[in-house]
Design a binder for this molecule. Sequence first.
Ligand SMILES: O=P(O)(O)OC[C@H]1O[C@H](O[C@H]2O[C@H](CO)[C@@H](O)[C@H](O)[C@H]2O)[C@H](O)[C@@H](O)[C@@H]1O
Length: 387
Amino acid sequence: MELKSNHSSPVLTDPIPVNNSRLGIHSNLLSYQQSGGSLSSGKYMTIPRKKPGKLEDVWSNGWLEAMRSSSPPRKRLIKDKDFTIEAAADDFDIAYCSWMIKYPSALKSFDQILKNAKNKKVAVFLDYDGTLSPIVDDPDRAFMSDSMRSAVRDVAKYFPTAIISGRSRDKVYELVGLTELYYAGSHGMDIMGPVSHAESGDHPNCIRSTDQQGKEVNLFQPAREFIPMIDEVLKTLVENTKDIKGANVENHKFCTSVHYRNVEEKNWPTIAQRVHDILKDYPRLRLTHGRKVLEIRPVIDWNKGKAVEFLLESLGLSDRDDVLAIYIGDDKTDEDAFKVFRERNLGYGILVSSVPKESNAFFSVRDPSEVKKFLKALVTWKKFEKA
Ligand SMILES: O=P(O)(O)OC[C@H]1O[C@H](O[C@H]2O[C@H](CO)[C@@H](O)[C@H](O)[C@H]2O)[C@H](O)[C@@H](O)[C@@H]1O
C-alpha cells in the first residue's frame, strides 16, 4: 500500500525568530507548520522528514533492524557455587578492550580530564535512564540509588549541573528529586533554566516562571504548539497498541514513547507497523530510536545538543575558553549532545556503555556505577583544589 501523496511533501515552514542573534542557536530552530494552524510570521526554514515509503517497509526501512540493535542484550550469566561469569567473556572482553582504545575509560583518563579542567569552570550535564539509573523493565521503576543521588547532589554543590532527559521534565524531576539542578525534559524540548544570564529569555518560546521553591526561572519550550498533536497521537497509540502484550506508551508532553522491551520479539513487527501507520498521518512528527523504545517527537531542529547549548548560554558559560563542559549519556539521543561537544569543542562527552558501539563521545564508562565513581572523583578533585 502506498502512502497518500499528500504525505510525501508535508513540509510547510514555521517562523524562525530572527532577532535573537545573540543566541545564535535560535536561528536554527526549525519546525513544520501545523495544518490549518495559524503561526506567527517570521523567517521560515525547512528540514526534510524522510518520506515514509510503503507501509510494509517497516521491514526494509530499517525500523526493525534499529529495534533489534537498540539495546545491548543482557549477558548470559554462568553460575557456579563459587563464582558467576559472563558467557563468552573472553571474546567479549577482547572486543570491548579494542573498542576502548577509541573510547578510553573516563576513570582511567581522569588525570587527563583534570589537566584540561584546571582553572576552568566545569559544567556537568547528565542523562537519566541508563546513566544515573540502571535500565529496568518497568520505566516507572527506574529509580536512582540514594548513593547516586548524593553523588549528584555533591556535584551540583561545586559545578552547575543539569539533567537532560527524554522523559517529561516533571517525571525526571520526580525521579531525581534534587532542587539544586537544572532540568531539561522531553529530549531538551522543555527546559527550566536560570534567569541570571538569560538573554535566552528574550526568545518568544521562553517565559518567566517559578520553580518548585518559588525561585524565578526561565522556561523554554520550543515545541509548545505541538502539545495538542502529541496528546492526540498518544491517545491513538494507546488505543492501537493495547492488544499487544507488554507494549507501553509513555506521555512526555512534547513527545511520546512506545516501549517494546516487554513485547515478545515476534510481535515487534506488529508494534512497528502500528506506530508507522499512525505516524503517516502526522508529517510534522518523526520517529527516533532509543533503548527498546520508539520515540515520537516533533520535527523541529531541537535536541539534547541544542538544549546543552541553550543552558550554557543561559548560565553565561557560552563561547568562553575558560569553560569545560562534561556530558554523560548512554543512548542515541545523547549522541546529539556528544556531536555538539565535538563540533564546538565544548568539553568531553562520556558514553555509558558496557558493549562496543560507535559514538561521538570522547570517553566511556561501563555503567551507572562507574558514572557514580566519576562524579565522586570530580567532587574530590574540586574539594582538594579548593583546599
Ligand atoms: O534520555 P533518558 O533520560 O535516557 O530517557 C530515555 C528514555 O528512558 C526511559 O526508557 C529507558 O529506560 C527504561 C527504564 O530503565 C527502560 O525500561 C526502557 O526500555 C528504556 O528505553 C524512558 O522510559 C523513556 O520514556 C525515555 O525516552
